[in-house]
Structures are given as structure tokens and as C-alpha cells.
Design a binder for this molecule. Structure first.
Ligand code: GH3
Ligand code: MG
Ligand code: MG
Ligand code: MG
Ligand code: MG
Length: 293
């Protein structure tokens, strides 16, 4: 994006950059530039300093205050050629500073360098997002891992307290899972857990949270859900598991699941899970393949 109040400068810059294969958009002043950036952030911003309204330094300061825009490289393009002007721009966070009149080849080269920085930044950000997701995900089931589901629970518990909404925690534990491992092998047990997670997810709505709590234990957080609603979900999950054997390694493995359901918000998120755990124990003691609340 070229931001300059001079139509001639915009046209000249555009023609050089387009000749070099860039797609160029124009902004006639600082306000227009900020609006255009919010709409669709460019890879590089060429920025005049002396303009009516916001000057280039002010535009830069605004950009640096907007998280989504702060990493876009800004290249000043100005008739201000004093070292103080240049330093002010660079210290304000500009990527580069070019003086007018500029050498077209130099402009193109400096814009290419800025675009390269932007590309590396985007790759870094994407890689970070991927790592972030991995660090929150249980590798076997693809569900949230324990740490992440604890964070989600804490968040939804706080929301429920604030908005006086009901919230339920459902702790699920595969019945006699040791027998699955003993009878079919640990890898088959893993496949059973993975398929369990698939069926679990199928029964949940958007906004419900499911995580792997431990080996063959799963925590489901049901925001804005009362006990009757939670029991409907829990029963659906229980039936979906019991109804159809899981095919693992060419064999059909029949499993059931028990669940403990607790209504909140009560004291703390931990207490809510403790209550669900106590109910899970009740379900197990009562013969398994059932939900207690
Ligand atoms: P209960 O009905 O009382 O829950 O009986 P259970 O056999 O399911 O309970 P127990 O806690 O005695 O055994 C759980 C088993 O789950 C033991 C453990 O080896 C197995 N397990 C835990 N994590 C995994 C896993 O990631 N993969 C496999 N294959 N097995 C696991
Ligand atoms: Mg100007
Ligand atoms: Mg268990
Ligand atoms: Mg156990
Ligand atoms: Mg178990």
C-alpha cells in the first residue's frame, strides 16, 4: 500500500511496484490508510510523512498500537531528509526509510526486503499457532488435553458465576478398560479410545468442551446447561458407546462407559469436578454402563 497525498507520487510508485509484480493499493492520507489496513491488511506499507490530517509518524504510532497491524513493515518515503527525521521514523518502529526523490530500483529492492520480512513473520506466526494447538491437544484422541480442558473449565465456571448461568461437568470413564487392553492388546485399546472420542464429539454441541482427563477418563464441560440437559447429553453418549461395538484391529470390541454428572457453578471448578467424580464412583458401584448425578 502506498500512502501519499501526492497523486503523482502514488502513480509513479504504483507503476514501479506493479512492474516488479506487486499488487498495489493506494491511500490518499493517513486516515484512509488506517481504514484500508483494518479492512484488509497489506504486506508492506509505504508511508509519506507530510500529509494533511494525520502525518506519517502519527499513522505509524497508530499502526503499532493495533495488534493485528503492528507487524506490517512500514517503509517511510519522505522529502524530510534530516537524520533526526529518519531516526524518528526508525525509532517509532518503521522497517525502513527512503528519501524522495527515490531511485526506482532501490524502492523496488527495499519493498522486496520488507515483503520478505513480512513473509517470515507470517510463517513464524502460523508455526506458533500450530505449536500452540499441539500443546493444547491430546495426541491420541484429538480432544483438548488435561491442562487445556482445565483452563476451559475455569473459564466457563467463572462465566457461569458472573452470569448466574447453570453449568454442568460430566466425567466419563470407560468401563473395565483394563480388560480391553488385556484381551485385545494396548494398540487396540488406543483405537478404542480414539473412536470413543469420535463418538463423544458427535453427541456434543458447539460450545460444549470435551477433554481427555486421564488414561480412559474424559471430562465434558457443558456451559449454560442445567442438570436435565446434561443428563440428556450424557445418556446419548452412553448409548452411542454401548450400542455399537468398536472395530479395532479387525475385531469388534464392545465397551460401555459410566459417567458422573454434577451441576454448578458451586464453590470452585475443582469442587465441581470432585462432585462429578463422586457420582462417577456411584455409577461404577451401581454396576457400570450408567450415568449418576
Ligand atoms: P473401571 O470400570 O473401574 O473404570 O475399570 P477399568 O479397568 O477401566 O479401570 P482401571 O483404572 O483399573 O484401568 C484403566 C486402564 O486404562 C489401565 C490403563 O492401562 C489403561 N489405559 C490408560 N491410558 C491408556 C491409553 O492411553 N491406552 C491404552 N490402551 N490403555 C490405557
Ligand atoms: Mg506529502
Ligand atoms: Mg479410570
Ligand atoms: Mg479406575
Ligand atoms: Mg475405567
Amino acid at each position: 500500500m502506498i500512502t501519499d497525498d501526492s497523486l503523482v507520487i502514488r502513480a509513479v510508485v504504483r507503476s514501479h511496484l506493479e512492474a516488479a509484480g506487486h499488487h498495489v493499493i493506494e491511500a490518499v492520507d493517513g486516515t484512509a490508510a488506517l481504514d484500508a489496513c483494518r479492512d484488509s491488511p497489506p504486506d508492506v506499507i509505504l508511508l509519506d510523512i507530510e500529509m494533511p490530517g494525520l502525518d506519517g509518524y502519527e499513522v505509524l504510532a497508530e499502526l503499532k498500537a493495533i495488534p493485528d497491524l503492528m507487524d506490517i513493515p512500514v517503509v517511510f518515503l519522505s522529502t524530510l531528509t534530516e537524520m533526526d527525521d529518519v531516526l524518528r521514523g526508525l525509532r517509532g518502529g518503521a522497517h525502513d526509510y527512503l528519501k524522495k526523490p527515490f531511485e526506482p530500483a532501490e524502492l523496488v529492492a527495499r519493498v522486496a526486503a520488507a515483503a520478505h520480512v513480512k513473509k517470515l513473520q507470517d510463517q513464524l506466526r502460523q508455526r506458533n499457532d500450530e505449536l500452540d494447538l499441539l500443546s493444547r491437544t491430546d495426541a491420541l484422541t484429538g480432544l483438548h488435553n488435561r491442562r487445556h480442558v482445565e483452563e476451559k473449565l475455569a473459564y466457563h465456571h467463572a462465566q457461569a458465576v458472573r452470569h448466574h448461568d447453570p453449568l454442568c461437568a460430566l466425567l466419563l470413564d470407560v468401563d473395565n478398560f483394563k480388560r480391553v487392553n488385556d484381551g485385545f492388546g494396548h494398540p487396540a485399546g488406543d483405537l478404542v479410545l480414539a473412536e470413543f472420542a469420535v463418538r463423544l464429539r458427535q453427541e456434543l454441541r458447539e460450545g460444549d468442551v470435551a477433554g481427555r482427563w486421564g488414561g480412559e477418563e474424559f471430562l465434558v464441560v457443558l456451559p449454560r446447561t442445567d442438570l436435565a440437559g446434561a443428563l440428556l447429553v450424557a445418556e446419548r453418549i452412553r448409548r452411542s458407546i454401548a450400542a455399537t461395538p468398536i472395530v479395532a484391529g479387525g475385531t469388534q470390541i464392545s465397551v460401555t462407559v459410566s459417567g458422573g454428572c454434577a451441576l454448578g457453578p458451586i464453590g470452585s471448578a475443582d469442587e465441581l469436578v470432585d462432585n462429578a467424580d463422586a457420582q462417577l464412583y456411584v455409577a461404577k458401584a451401581a454396576g457400570r454402563d450408567r450415568i449418576a448425578s
